[in-house]
Write a new protein. Structure first.
Length: 551
């Protein structure tokens, strides 16, 4: 009961963090994750009990749905177009960081054995997709760079966790075999991807087959989408493959499967609402949990140091803070070097090769380095460090490593929230295809297809049903809407007003009308002029039209 009550309090903290962010003035915008971490730490210091965080349970409850959703919604074209630099960051940079940061941490803090230093470097080398998305949601990062950061954070967990596994094995056994590490990495990654794709395709095909023959149940479709990430994650882990990559691959496959357009519109609308709520709740709870664990981590470290006779004065804690800051600087430097070198062979190739400039490459590398945010995945990874090595000896410097990892997470969030808005100004990166032109072309083609379908349907109806003039008039009224959309994009407009600006004005006026309609329906329901059930039905239609106009 205490655990359940504490979790409810944490969900309230997630809601409260959203309110705090909206109350802050624009100049004092603080990233939501930092507020949630602070609230979690406050809960831990006030509450009389603690939440025992099992890393395996943490991975299972939080990562599969969030990574599945990120893979589902990430732009696939951007992911595959920039696959070169994404794979370079997700694999090459992680290995480069583990080696470089591992040796650096061991040199900086000799009391941490080299194998343990590699383990710490492995858990803080991958960026966190949840943290990256949380930071970027309030910062105008160029879309192409955002796609690269999202793709990297989705794929680099497998390489980081493989490095962690072999770092721990080297500490426990005192040996490390490179060939075994390479084979294990290929098994983890390729096996996880294959399992995620295969299971998703099987379930999707079965779902479509059932829907075609027996009809589609909206709630069942939503439940299937919620269960799918857990199914593929558990299946991959059972077969000793990467559950994380299985969830990501499942989400990407789900995105492609949805292009068949088999699901009902109502299913898509309700499912989007459910997943948006789940994403908001789980994202926030992850960072609140991170904050809730911090006081316990500090207390454990103090207890260990006290038993060892180590001083715990202000100077000692300042030294630990110094270690955290220096490790963050080292991670940023390694990331900067790798990104700067990779740019010339990935983004600035082909027709963009002439755009390569040293100054601009430094600018991109700087933004990418600062935006490399660590998050709750790093904390969950470091908590998987074993308590003991062989012969019952405690795992060397375990509490210190956990404390340093937590400090790196918090500092990376602070640095990104302050540094990225400053560095992103004036950033040039070869752009993606012009989005507005592509949108206009797609809207026009879909409108033309709608007109053809309506005219065909109207012709068939007028042949077989009485009162053909009614169908002609109705078809004309509907097609006028689509013809107006097409003409507004190609017709010249006098003065500075563009077709898109006129469309925005029309959208604002439509919203005003819809809100006035809804207000009147609410008034009629309150005064009993309209049946409550009928009012709810009419208001829902208006809500859907308003949501469409806002999007």
């Amino acid at each position: 009961m205490q655990t359940f009550s504490l979790i409810l309090i944490m969900f309230v903290a997630v809601l409260f963090s959203s309110i705090i962010v909206r109350m802050l003035p624009f100049r004092l915008q603080i990233p939501v994750p930092l507020i949630q971490i602070a609230l979690g730490a406050s809960i831990s210091m006030v509450a009389e009990w603690r939440l025992e965080l099992d890393p395996q349970v943490f991975f299972l409850l939080f990562l599969p749905p969030l990574l599945f959703l990120d893979g589902w919604r990430i732009p696939k074209e951007g992911l595959f177009r920039d696959r070169g630099i994404i794979l370079s960051l997700a694999i090459g940079l992680v290995v480069f960081t583990v080696i470089g940061a591992g040796y650096f941490i061991h040199w900086l803090i000799p009391s941490i054995p080299l194998g343990v230093a590699f383990a710490l470097a492995a858990v803080i080398s991958p960026t966190d997709p949840v943290a990256v998305s949380a930071i970027a949601s309030r910062i105008p990062i160029p879309k192409r760079l955002m796609h690269i950061l999202e793709g990297e954070s989705l794929l680099n967990d497998a390489s980081g966790l493989v490095c962690l596994r072999f770092a721990i094995a080297s500490v426990l056994t005192g040996s490390f075999v490179l060939s075994d590490a390479v084979v294990d990495f290929l098994k983890l990654s390729l096996g996880g991807v294959a399992i995620g794709v295969t299971i998703t395709l099987i379930i999707t095909k079965a779902k479509i087959w059932v829907s075609k023959r027996f009809g589609e149940e909206v709630s069942a479709q939503i439940l299937i989408s919620l269960l799918l990430p857990f199914i593929v994650y558990l299946a991959a882990e059972h077969l000793h493959c990467s559950g994380i990559l299985a969830a990501v691959a499942s989400g990407i496959t789900m995105g492609y499967s949805e292009l068949s357009g088999q699901a009902l519109a109502l299913t898509r609308v309700r499912r989007t609402a459910v997943w948006d709520m789940l994403q908001f709740a789980l994202n926030g709870l992850m960072f609140v949990l991170l904050g809730e664990q911090l006081p316990g981590i500090v207390a454990n470290l103090s207890e260990i140091l006290g038993e060892a006779g180590q001083p715990q004065d202000d100077g000692f804690w300042l030294l630990l803070l110094y270690y955290i800051l220096v490790i963050n600087l080292a991670l940023g430097a390694l990331r900067f070097i790798w990104v700067f070198i990779s740019l010339r062979f990935t983004i600035f190739t082909g027709k963009d090769a002439n755009n390569f400039r040293i100054g601009n490459a430094i600018h991109i590398a700087a933004v990418t380095s600062v935006a490399g945010v660590r998050g709750a995945i790093s904390l969950a990874g470091v908590l998987t460090l074993p308590l003991f090595i062989s012969a019952g000896y405690p795992f060397p410097a375990r509490d210190l490593v956990i404390f340093l990892a937590a400090g790196v997470i918090i500092v990376s969030l602070i640095v990104a929230s302050i540094g990225v808005p400053l560095l992103v100004r004036g950033l040039f990166i070869p752009s993606e295809p012009e989005e507005e032109q592509t949108e206009d072309l797609a809207r026009n083609k879909s409108a033309e297809a709608a007109i053809r379908a309506i005219e065909n349907a109207q012709y068939k109806m007028s042949e077989t049903l009485p009162d053909a003039s009614l169908y002609i008039e109705a078809a004309a009224r509907v097609t006028d809407v689509y013809r107006h959309r097409i003409n507004s994009q190609i017709a010249p407009v006098d003065g500075p007003m563009t077709p898109r600006a006129l469309e925005e004005i029309e959208q604002q006026l439509r919203l005003i009308g819809l809100r006035a309609e809804r207000a009147e329906l609410f008034r009629m329901a309150r005064t009993k002029e309209l049946d409550e059930q009928l009012a709810r039905k009419l208001i829902r239609k208006i809500d859907l039209m308003e949501a469409q106009n806002i999007r």
